[in-house]
Design a protein around this ligand. Structure first.
Ligand SMILES: Nc1ccn([C@@H]2O[C@H](COP(=O)(O)OP(=O)(O)OP(=O)(O)O)[C@@H](O)[C@H]2O)c(=O)n1
Ligand SMILES: C[C@](O)(CO)[C@H](O)COP(=O)(O)O
Length: 213
């Protein structure tokens, strides 16, 4: 794959409460190892680790120090990317299939910016305090995943724009959109869920038993 894969892995995993997720073991491998396995065919892989973390030995990637936010970590990785196309992928989503990567890459090559999304499977409601509130039409919403693919120059411009405007966003597609560029949507997949809370580890352990990257 002629692409620079950027892996923001510098978070502290506060909601999970088990230390930085990059080094968390699931099914006998760290989340970083699972993630790198999914991108083993990439020409270049860059990983942002928490400041002060020792880069793991024997892994094929370039390790950098991350920033205080996801956006800052991606910005540092982006500076070091050398290829015209980038994929940005959370280490917290270790079970990403080749099919998903191929879909995002293809759409990013075609349109310059692409993200995977999933429909909302449940009733969607805005609570009123502690009480059941207004139900909103779930058809109007999507869950946004990674990997997100971009022309490197476009994502660099979007990050530079965000810095100038003081924008902070939870993903990279928002910055590209803020710059005024459209972001294409491709079909996401349930297995690429983000390990966020302790209960997610039950599913991750089960998936690790059957997953082949
Ligand atoms: N300063 C940061 C914060 C987050 N991330 C990365 O961004 C992704 C999405 O973040 P999240 O799931 O929120 O992970 P954490 O920040 O580790 O979790 P929490 O917010 O619960 O602390 C993760 O792969 C995380 O490592 C990063 O590279 N640099
Ligand atoms: C990038 C992301 O995974 C897309 O859904 C998400 O925005 C990260 O959010 P978090 O709050 O940093 O986990």
């Amino acid at each position: 794959m002629e692409v620079s894969v950027l892996i923001p892995a510098a978070g502290n995993g506060l909601r999970l409460g088990r230390g930085p997720k990059a080094f968390l073991q699931v099914g006998g491998r760290t989340l970083l190892e699972w993630t790198l396995a999914a991108f083993r065919d990439a020409a270049e892989v860059l990983v942002a680790l928490p400041p002060g973390a020792e880069p793991p030995k024997g892994l094929k990637a370039l390790f950098l120090e991350g920033g205080t936010t996801r956006q800052a970590s991606v910005a540092r990785l982006l500076e070091a990317a050398s290829l015209p196309l980038v994929l940005v992928h959370d280490v917290a989503r270790p079970f990403v299939s080749r099919g998903l990567v191929a879909r995002v890459l293809e759409a990013a090559q075609r349109s310059g910016a692409a993200v995977p999304v999933l429909p909302v499977p449940d009733t969607l409601m805005a609570p009123e305090g502690e009480a059941y509130g207004r139900v909103v039409p779930r058809e109007a919403f999507r869950l946004v995943q990674t990997p997100q693919g971009f022309f490197t120059a476009l994502l660099r411009e979007a990050h530079a724009y965000a810095r100038r405007k003081g924008l902070e966003a939870s993903d990279d597609a928002q910055l590209v959109q803020a710059l005024g560029y459209p972001v294409a949507l491709v079909e996401g997949e349930a297995t690429a869920f983000k390990i966020t809370h302790p209960q997610d580890l039950v599913l991750a352990e089960a998936l690790a038993r059957v997953w082949s990257a």
